[in-house]
Write a protein that binds this ligand. Structure first.
Ligand SMILES: [Zn+2]
Length: 63
């Protein structure tokens, strides 16, 4: 078995990177940030849709 000091992998291309880093290069950093932003946006959309559903449910069932 190979002995590698504690490390993680680039979230974009999968290269091994130092433990405290999430990406290997500025290029991957940019891509990573755009993915994170997109993911956050979809999360808000999901929460918004859920809130609308709950409000509609309440409006339909509460006189
Ligand atoms: Zn990378």
């Amino acid at each position: 078995m190979e002995r590698i000091p504690q490390h993680s992998h680039c979230q974009i291309c999968g290269k091994a990177v130092p433990y405290e880093k999430t990406v290997c290069s500025d290029e991957c950093q940019e891509q990573y940030e755009s993915i994170v932003k997109k993911r956050r946006f979809y999360m808000y959309v999901m929460y918004g849709a859920l809130a609308v559903l709950i409000i509609m449910f309440i409006l339909m069932y509460v006189p």
